[in-house]
Design a binder for this molecule. Structure first.
Ligand code: ZN
Length: 133
């Protein structure tokens, strides 16, 4: 059901500054930048092989990313797994006793349909399920 690591989400204070490191030092290519209003984040995508690094900057102090940085500092915020049918995956996770943050898929950057599993159910990691056509 899970076919690969779709991307790794990293919370940063300043996207511009961080992009310098990823582009100029690490030599990755910037695929695009998108603001996702619903989640109050500005997202930059940097593909590596068949996965991606997703850099996330808060666009508002009440953004989940701002809260994450406040609590834990900058760094890896979530890991996203690719699924082919997100409704089915969520139903399956729920049946298996997983606590869900999103009962229903919502819009994710890049046109994906996403949902988060609660870190309390995964022993500490915020896992995103992502369905992309
Ligand atoms: Zn993500």
């Amino acid at each position: 059901m899970i076919s690969k690591v779709d991307h790794i989400g990293i919370a940063v204070n300043n996207l511009e500054e961080t992009l310098k490191v990823y582009q100029e030092v690490l030599g990755l290519e910037l695929h695009g930048v998108e603001v996702v209003e619903e989640q109050k984040v500005k997202v930059a995508f940097l593909p590596i092989g068949d996965t991606e690094i997703e850099l996330l900057e808060a666009t508002s102090p009440d953004s989940p990313i701002a809260k994450f940085i406040e609590a834990k500092g900058q760094g890896v915020q979530h890991i996203a797994f690719k699924v082919d049918n997100i409704e089915k995956a969520l139903e399956d996770m729920k049946t298996k006793g997983m606590r869900l943050i999103d009962e229903k898929p919502r819009y994710g950057a890049g046109g994906a349909r996403i949902a988060f599993l609660h870190p309390k159910s995964t022993n500490g990691v915020l896992i995103e399920l992502s369905e992309r056509k």
